[in-house]
Design a protein. Sequence first.
Length: 398
Amino acid sequence: MNILFIGAFGTDYLKQQLGSNLQSLYNSSEFLIKGFKKIKDINFKTITSPDITSYPIGPLYVKSYDDKKEDIKIVSSLNISLVKQLWTIIAMVADAKRIIRKNEGITTVIIPYMVFRHVFASRLLKILFNKRVKICTIIPDIFFPKKNNLHNTFIYCVNKWTEKMARKSDCFVLYTEAMADFLKIKSKPYIIMEGVIDPEILDHGKINFTNYTHKKIITYSGSLNIKYGIIRLLDAVRLIEDSTIELHLLGQGDAEDIIYEYIGKDNRIKFLGMLSKEKTYIEQMNSTMLINPRNQNDGEFTKYSFPSKNIEYLLTGKPTILTKLPGMPEDYYPYFIDAKDGSPEALAEAINKVLEMSEEERIIFGKNARCFILDNKNCYLQSKRIYELIKSIDIVDQ
């Protein structure tokens, strides 16, 4: 079986070259690649057109590079806003053509998100090679841009066109069941994959953890946007009487000014800003509990996404407070503290519930959640499931 994975992630080489100008929106691509490389009997190739901060903040031009250490081809990019979209489509298709022509038989192209440049590039490959190419589209999110100005109206139209093209894929990997109804692809082969993790990501030999168990730390890491319930979380902390707790907020977003206002009223709230992945893991592991205040009333998008932070939180083995979002399967329910409707009162009640646990109870509860994620959402299992999906459509067409 021939598989060509086209992503937008940065390699170690690019991280050294570009530093903070390199953006990484989805770790899942790197995790899945790690899983695919362990599967026997597949000819696996990877192309990446990394997300890089546009010029003049980022570099004007990124050269193509064959990263032999990671066995990944980095495509070139003229890094000027809209120009780079067209440029990278052409570059991706050119590199993909060379790989597909060398392959014998069918090549399945996997694109790991439903964004225009990847979907359009995959459609071009399908047109160029017809039955020699199949497309597997992974859809972690569905976007709902507003049409409140000319720019957003343009983005809305592009998204709708992208969705229309993506529906023509041969198979899909979705993050929630509701996505299949929204995209009208119930008749197509698909699997549900809420997320994926690298089981070695929290290797204590690679990350130096320090244990601060004498503190009662509640941690939220991610987008600090009002629409994700950050204000409800701040209000919840104000309802808790325990003076020894601390709320640590990691990330950035449109709620930052409001966060500073709350800090002025309550010195238990700490804003740590945007941290590196390693420092984020350390903060999570040094926490008493982790929390995600998002609830189903935050918007229609909660039906069509599964927050990656939920899986990331559960992996740490720390008690995690969540709400039951529409896209969450019931098999997750035993492994987190339910914040019910996600109101400030419900969040405060859930926080107090964790504080009332003994240290042993917290350890056992967190360990069970970690084992659930390791057993069911690891990159080796999830990559194998995608492999089996691709194999099933090959069999049907034979």
